[in-house]
Structure formats: C-alpha cells, structure tokens
Design a protein around this ligand. Sequence first.
Ligand SMILES: Cc1cc2nc3c(=O)[nH]c(=O)nc-3n(C[C@H](O)[C@H](O)[C@H](O)COP(=O)(O)O)c2cc1C
Length: 369
Amino acid sequence: MLLAGNSIGKEFVVTTFGESHGKVVGVVVDGCPAGLALSESDFQMELDRRIPAEPKIVSGRVEKDLVRILSGVFNGFTTGAPIALTVENKETNSSDYEAIKDLPRPGHSDYPARVKFGGFNDYRGGGRFSGRVTVALVMAGTVAKKLLSRFDVDVLAYTSSIGQVRADQKFSVDEIRKNRYESPTRCPNLVCGEQMQKAIVNAKKEGDSLGGTIECLVLGVPVGVGEPLFDSLDADLSKALFAVPAVKGVEFGAGFAAAELTGSENNDEFTLEKGKVSTSTENAGGVLGGLSNGMPIQMRVAIKPTPSIAKEQKTVNLATMQNTPLSVKGRHDPCVVPKAVPAIEAAIAVTLADHMIRAGLIPRVLKEH
Ligand SMILES: Cc1cc2nc3c(=O)[nH]c(=O)nc-3n(C[C@H](O)[C@H](O)[C@H](O)COP(=O)(O)O)c2cc1C
C-alpha cells in the first residue's frame, strides 16, 4: 500500500512531484491512450493562464513556466507509455522563509507539516504545500483536456465572486469561453471583474487578503460516467478539487441550498428534448447516484483568503515555545482565486479522463484524427 498521497486516478493515473523552491515541479501521467497529438506548445497556454497579466493582484513572482516533455511522446503523439513533464523553478527567493521557519503562519500548512514530518519538510515557499505545485496539476490537466476534447467533453471554470463582490448572473457558454481569461480576475463579466480587482488591491493595501468562489461547468459528458459507491463521480471530483490548496468547499448544482428545498422543488423533472432525455432544471448539477446524468456537470468551489498576510497576527515560536506576533513578508498572492481557476479546470479534467476510460468511453489507442 502506498503511504504517500501523491497519485490520483485508477486508469489515467497522475503522480505529481516537486516543491515550491526545489529544482523542478513535475508530473507523471500514466495510462494516457496512445495516439494523442501532444507537444510542448500545448502546455504553454494553460500554464500562462495561471499568471494573470495584472501585477497588482498577484505575487511579485514572475514565473514564466516552460514545460519539458521527458517521455511518453514520440513523433508528436503519445505512445501509451508514462508521460513525464517538468517545469523548472526559477523565481525562488528562500531568504524570506529563513526568518519565519520556526514561526508557523496562521492559516498555512507550516505547523501540521512540521509536526507530521518531524521538521524535515522543505518549508521554503510552503514546500510541497505551495500553490506552485498546481503547475504539475495544470500540466496533467492539459493532457486530460486534450484527450477529452477528442470526445467532445469541455471543462470550463471561472471566478464568480471575490470577497463580497459577486457576479450573480448566468453566463452563456460562449461568454464563459470568450471572456474568462480576458479578465485578470477570470470573471466573464469584465465590469464585475474590475470591481473584484479593486477589492483585491484594497485588501492588499490593508495588509490583508481575500478568497472567493469558482464556478465550474463540464459539457458533453455522456450518461452513466462514475463508479458507485466509493468512486462515484461527485466523490472523485471533490477529492481532486480538494487537492488544490486553499479549496474549502465543493457544491454540486443547488448544493447546500438543496437542504432547504422540498422534494418537488429540488427534483429535476425529466423531459424529452430533441429525442434526448433532459431535465428542465439543474439542481442535481449533472450527477445522480454518483453517475453523470447527461446534463452539464455544474460545481461551485470555495477558495479561502491567502494565509500569508502582512497584517500582524499571533503565532507560537516553535523553537522557544513562546507566543509571538507575526507579519508575513515576501511575495504572496493577495488572492489566489485567479491563479486557481486553471488548476480547478485541471483537477476536473484529470478526474473525467480517468472515469471516461474506466467507463469504456475512451479506448487505449486513439483512431487517427
Ligand atoms: C495557485 C495558488 C497560489 C497560492 N499562493 C499562495 C501564496 O502566495 N501565499 C500563501 O500563503 N498561500 C498561497 N496559496 C494557498 C496555500 O497554498 C494554502 O492555503 C496552504 O497550503 C494551506 O492549505 P489549505 O488552505 O488547503 O488548508 C496558494 C494556493 C493556490 C491554489
């Protein structure tokens, strides 16, 4: 039995490695069918999407990430062998972390990680717990998305709120596709996106940070994907989503609000539409009994505010065992939501690729395209 939790998936198996300030972050994707066209340029757009173009709302780190494909691709196509992918960590300044190595940041993983790993954990930049590790997930997600697109499955995520600023309207799929990466906050409503940006800048001025919510939509998933009981589609999607640091909640469809509805309000009634069994409402979020029901899968993810803040807070000096104030210096994202959007898309894509292979909907060898 594996003790470490660095792998996810049963047929499309993703194993990530690397720490924030180590040499590289990387991923091995095992079980990707042979015959998928794949090159380094496929990854660049997804990785660039991690870094919003607006410097005011992200950390001062300018991480231009270039992918190296180390194995599993030959003559421009996946071979069926494990695909190993790495990105170098160039923008590392570990000095900020020496000063606080005994002062666990409130809200961050420092304290439990130090206890669990006996102080041997790489604490620089949050080490294995850093948001930087989402680069590995985004690389795996790029492979998964490309594979899913061959089967007309599309994964979309966007920012629906930051702090108290909400974009409550229902967006069309075209608006989401076209606008979400146009706005530095990743909100398809560009005006609302600007207000979100202002809220982040204001929080930063106060030495504080903000969280928010990300809305997710998966289109084109056939009926019956998911392996109940324990590998139900909603369980596995949630597991992958909780692997993205700072994720604190996942809802499907009506989610927690369903608890306040009656059965007649919450049930999505079936109806025939162009010969296809559909539902007129979407409270289930596209999953019934752990299986996709053929409607779009809809999820909402809650992201907490960035733990590392300049505002003074209390902590304990673990070397002297004394209470001490802490103001975190260094380059931190005042809100991680915009950077998390591609990681959320990736977490969903790797889970669906795995389940579509398990359901027999994606073959081991792809036909020529
Ligand atoms: C893309 C991304 C970037 C992040 N950047 C930072 C950061 O700059 N500073 C920070 O304190 N936390 C950052 N985080 C959040 C921490 O990694 C996370 O809160 C921490 O590991 C504790 O885990 P938990 O919040 O899931 O409990 C980031 C998260 C993501 C997804």
